[in-house]
Design a protein around this ligand. Structure first.
Ligand SMILES: Cc1ncc(COP(=O)(O)O)c(C=O)c1O
Length: 408
C-alpha cells in the first residue's frame, strides 16, 4: 500500500516549549550514567516542598465520596465562592465571572481564544512564560513582545509598551511575579499599564500564579484591585502556591465594567461549556487551600529566600555572568555576557556537566542578549554544586568558543 505521510497543521510549526524541549537532551545525557543536576523544572513536588495535607485529604475524600463525574463547566459552587472571597482579599471588587480550569494554562488558552482573531495581537512580556507564544501560534495571533528592562529590575518598559500598541492590539499580558525573572511589578508600573489599557480598550491578562511566593516581606498588588473600570482577567491556581501542579487546577477572575465585558464573558463561557469541565474531585481542595492553614507558605518562602540569596551571590561572583535579584516565584534569569547563542551554551553545559538549565532564548529576550533560567527549588547543596560547575564550565567555554558559534 502506498501510504501518504500525515502532514501536521502549519500552526504547529513555531510551537516550542523550551522548558520541556531541553529535557530531550538531558535524558540522553542521563542515559550515559552522568550525574544530573536539574535546575530546569518549576515543580516544587520534585524537591523538598509539599502541599498542605488538608488539600490532599479534601481531594481524596471527594474521590471516596465518588464525586468523580463531570463538574459544572465553570466549576463547583464551593470553589467559585472561595475564589470570590480570595478575589476580595486581593482587593478585586468588580468581579463578573469566575471559572475553574485545568490549570491556569487552560484559563489562559480559553481567554485568549475567546478574544483574539487571526492577525490581531496581544502584548506579551519578554522575557515571559512560553505558553503565551505557543497559544499565539495556535491562534495565528501576531506576536507583539514588550520588553522587560534588565537594568531596571526587569520591570516593563512603559515607553516600549506604548510604542507597540496598534489598531489590532487586543490585550496586554502581565506575569507578576514573573517567570523567568522573578520580578515583581511596582505600583507605579501597574498604574501606567492601567492607563494604557483604558486609553486603548485593552483587556489586561494578569497572570498571578506565583502571588504568594514572595521574599523580603514584599507585598503583592493585583492590578485588578487598582481600578474598577479596567477590563481584567486575573489568573491563579493551586500549582505553585499550594504545590500541586499535577492536580491541574487553575482559575480566571473577570473584573471591570459589566456592560463592556458581557459579550466577552459569554464567549469564554461558550468554550467552557464545550470542553465540559475541569478536573472534578481536585476542585474540593480549593476552598480548604485558600482558607485553611497557610503555614506551608511561611516555610516555603523561608527556604526559597535563602536559596534565592545563594543563587544571586554565587552567579554574580562568576566573571561574565550577572543576575538580577528575584523578588518572588522560584526563578532567576542570569545574563551571560558573551556573543555565543545561549542555546549552544546550555547544550554544551548539559553534555559536559549534567547541570540542566533552560536557554534564555526559550523565553524571549532583547535581541543580541544571552541568558539562561535557573529554578532555585533544589536544596543548597545541589545549588552550590550546580553553580560551581556553571562557573568552571563558563570559563572553559569562553576559551573554547572565542568566536560566535552557529546553532541550528
Ligand atoms: C507564569 C505561569 N503561568 C501559568 C503557568 C501554568 O500554570 P498551571 O500549572 O496552573 O497550568 C505557569 C507554570 O509554570 C507559569 O509559570
Amino acid at each position: 500500500m502506498n501510504l501518504k505521510k500525515i502532514t501536521p497543521a502549519v500552526r504547529t510549526n513555531h510551537i516550542t516549549y523550551a522548558v520541556r524541549d531541553i529535557v530531550v537532551l538531558a535524558d540522553e545525557v542521563a542515559k550515559t550514567g552522568k550525574e544530573m543536576l536539574y535546575l530546569n523544572i518549576g515543580d516544587p513536588n520534585l524537591f523538598d516542598f509539599q502541599p498542605p495535607a488538608h488539600l490532599v485529604k479534601a481531594t481524596y475524600e471527594a474521590m471516596i465520596k465518588n464525586l468523580n463525574g463531570y463538574a459544572p463547566s465553570s466549576g463547583i459552587k464551593e470553589a467559585i465562592s472561595a475564589i470570590e472571597r480570595e478575589a476580595e482579599r486581593k482587593g478585586i471588587s468588580n468581579v463578573h465571572d469566575i471559572f475553574v480550569t485545568t490549570g491556569a494554562s487552560e484559563a489562559i488558552d480559553i481567554c485568549l481564544t475567546a478574544l483574539v482573531n487571526d492577525g490581531e495581537n496581544v502584548l506579551t512580556p519578554t522575557p515571559g512564560y512560553p505558553l503565551y507564544t505557543a497559544i499565539a501560534s495556535k491562534l495565528s495571533m501576531m506576536e507583539n513582545p514588550y520588553y522587560l528592562d534588565e537594568d531596571n529590575g526587569w520591570l516593563p518598559d512603559i515607553d516600549d509598551i506604548k510604542s507597540k500598541i496598534n489598531k489590532k492590539t487586543k490585550a496586554i499580558i502581565l506575569i507578576n511575579p514573573n517567570n523567568p525573572t522573578g520580578s515583581l511589578y511596582t505600583l507605579g508600573n501597574l498604574q501606567k499599564i492601567i492607563d494604557l489599557a483604558l486609553e486603548n480598550d485593552l483587556v489586561i491578562f494578569a497572570d498571578e500564579i506565583y502571588d504568594k511566593l514572595l521574599f523580603d516581606g514584599k507585598k503583592h498588588v493585583s492590578i485588578a484591585s487598582l481600578n474598577k473600570d479596567v477590563s481584567c482577567v486575573t489568573f491563579g491556581g493551586l500549582s505553585k502556591n499550594y504545590m500541586v501542579p499535577g492536580f491541574r487546577i487553575g482559575w480566571g477572575i473577570v473584573s471591570g465594567r459589566k456592560e463592556i465585558l458581557s459579550d466577552y464573558i459569554e464567549a469564554i463561557n461558550k468554550i467552557l461549556r464545550a470542553r465540559l469541565s475541569a478536573n472534578h474531585p481536585e476542585q474540593y481542595g480549593i476552598k480548604i487551600s485558600l482558607e485553611g492553614d497557610q503555614s506551608h507558605l511561611v516555610e516555603a518562602n523561608k527556604k526559597l529566600t535563602s536559596r534565592r540569596d545563594m543563587t544571586v551571590e554565587m552567579l554574580n561572583s562568576i566573571p561574565g555572568i550577572s543576575c538580577v535579584k528575584p523578588e518572588g516565584a522560584f526563578y532567576a534569569f542570569p545574563r551571560l555576557h558573551m556573543e555565543q547563542p545561549d542555546n549552544h551554551f546550555v547544550s554544551e553545559l548539559i553534555k559536559e556537566t549534567g547541570v540542566v538549565v533552560v536557554p534564555g532564548s526559550g523565553f524571549g529576550q532583547v535581541p543580541g542578549s544571552q541568558h539562561f533560567r535557573v529554578v532555585f527549588l533544589p536544596n543548597e547543596k545541589i545549588l552550590e554544586k550546580a553553580y560551581k560547575s556553571i562557573g568552571e564550565f563558563f570559563q572553559k567555554y569562553l576559551q573554547k568558543y572565542p568566536e560566535k558559534v552557529g546553532v541550528n
